[in-house]
Design a protein around this ligand. Sequence first.
Ligand code: 5GP
Ligand code: ZN
Length: 110
Amino acid sequence: MSDCIFCKIANGEIPSDFIYEDEKVVAFNDLNPQAPVHFLVIPKKHYASLNDIDSKETFADIFSAIPKITAKLGIKDYRTIVNTGESAGQTVFHIHVHVMAGRKFNGLAG
Ligand code: 5GP
Ligand code: ZN
């Protein structure tokens, strides 16, 4: 999608340091990290949210990349979050999985 910031990151229109890339997904550090490690994993193909994903393979592409990345970073414990919809906190409408680590997380709120 031409006006989607994460499409622009994924296709290189906005230069970014990818911490991981394969044929289907890329991962890059969050601009406003909420933990010492905080990166986002996105499919290269545009899906506005979890509600729009139309193939099981896409879930597999995204989630199977995560342990590869965390292993590469030497991270054992991490939190994954997917916000779906504005009132759930989604601000960028290209699906992304937040992966956070490096601090203690207490329950769902923090
Ligand atoms: P959401 O609130 O949609 O779940 O998460 C969007 C995330 O994208 C936020 O944590 C925000 O900091 C991050 N973000 C927004 N714009 C950019 C950007 O241009 N570059 C990067 N690296 N992260 C971004
Ligand atoms: Zn997009």
